[in-house]
Design a protein around this ligand. Structure first.
Ligand SMILES: Cc1cc2nc3c(=O)[nH]c(=O)nc-3n(C[C@H](O)[C@H](O)[C@H](O)COP(=O)(O)O)c2cc1C
Length: 137
C-alpha cells in the first residue's frame, strides 16, 4: 500500500460549485482505482493524501499534477504504509478559508476531528500544521 502526500496552490480559489464537481469526479475515479484519501482546502492551498496500490497512486498523482487549476505541487511523502489512513473514503474533504469563514467550527477544529483516528504521527502533524496555518487566513 502506497501513501502519497502533497501540497499545492490553486491558481485562483475554486468556487464551491467547482470543488463539488471536482470531488464527485475524484471520488468516482478513486473508487474505481481503489484509492482512498483526504483533501483539505485552506484558502488557495491544498493538502491531499492518496492511499492505494502503487500504480494507481502514481497514475492518479500524475493526472492531478497536470491539472491546470493548481501549481507548485510539492510531495511531502511517498512511502509504503501497512494500511490506509482513511478507511473507506474515496476522498474526504474539509474546506476552510473563504468558504468556511462564517462556519462555526474552524478549519483547525474540523481537521482535528477528522484526523482523530489516524495513528501515523507524521501524517497527523502535517494536517494539524496545515489547519493551524490556514485557519488564520
Ligand atoms: C486539488 C486537486 C485534487 C484532485 N484530486 C483528485 C483525486 O483524488 N482523484 C482524481 O481522480 N482526480 C483528482 N483531481 C482531478 C484531476 O486533476 C483531473 O482533473 C481529473 O482526474 C480529470 O482528469 P482528465 O481530465 O485527464 O480525465 C484533483 C484536482 C485537484 C485540483
Amino acid at each position: 500500500m502506497k501513501r502519497l502526500l502533497y501540497i499545492s496552490t490553486a491558481r485562483s480559489i475554486l468556487p464551491p460549485s467547482e470543488l463539488d464537481v471536482l470531488l464527485t469526479k475524484s471520488r468516482k475515479a478513486n473508487a474505481m482505482a481503489d484509492i482512498t484519501g483526504l483533501l483539505v482546502v485552506g484558502g488557495r492551498r491544498f493538502l491531499q493524501v492518496l492511499d492505494g496500490p502503487e500504480e494507481a497512486v502514481a497514475e492518479t498523482y500524475a493526472r492531478i499534477s497536470r491539472d491546470p487549476r493548481h501549481v507548485a505541487l510539492v510531495k511531502l511523502h511517498d512511502k509504503e504504509v501497512p494500511m490506509r489512513a482513511f478507511g473507506s473514503w474515496a476522498m474526504g474533504c474539509e474546506q476552510g478559508g473563504v468558504a468556511a469563514a462564517s462556519a462555526s467550527a474552524s478549519l483547525e477544529e474540523q481537521v482535528y476531528a477528522i484526523i482523530a483516528p489516524i495513528t501515523d504521527p507524521t501524517l497527523r502533524a502535517y494536517f494539524m500544521g496545515f489547519a493551524e496555518t490556514h485557519t488564520r487566513m
